[in-house]
Design a protein around this ligand. Sequence first.
Ligand code: ATP
Ligand code: MG
Length: 176
Amino acid sequence: MRGMIHVYTGNGKGKTTAAFGLATRSAGHGKRVLFAQFLKGGRGESGEILAGRASTLKMKVIRFAEIHPRFDPTVDREELARKVQADFEEVRQEILKDDYDLVVLDEVDNCVSQDLLPIERLLALLEEKPERLELVLTGRGADPRVIERADYVTEMKKIKHPAETEGTPARKGIEF
Ligand code: ATP
Ligand code: MG
């Protein structure tokens, strides 16, 4: 059966956790899952990494430690783009081995919208991926060409967020 392409985008909370929920559901059925996270530097270990390590499911979690420009506006963007593109290439090679049933590229849409990864690189991967691979992309500001190509597209829309209404800092186990 043809593997489909999913997109979780928008400015509301729930993109990464929805993708992780889907990944866990698939792995629960014995599917081989790769959950790759981009731009997750400077935040301590994510619950996703810890859950992956503790799990006996066939779920591999990779977390690239480059820092999102939103959290470090002074970062050298050319250097960052080179690193992000190397991270992307590493995951691409994993995908092309055809060892997985479902792959999540968490925050990859941010890599594109932040001009760290050329959209052509992502679109090319959508075409060359193994036919039966289910592929999930997350991140704010998904490109219209990615949305056009995807089968499922969900926008998380922020109505309220305590970081804005109360200045609540990111909480362990909730935000990361
Ligand atoms: P989650 O990982 O909880 O599913 P997400 O993937 O949809 O959320 P991102 O846009 O990747 O959210 O943001 C990462 C984290 O930053 C989220 O946990 C989110 O709650 C938090 N966040 C979202 N909006 C803001 C904001 N305006 N200020 C600070 N933190 C925010
Ligand atoms: Mg996220």
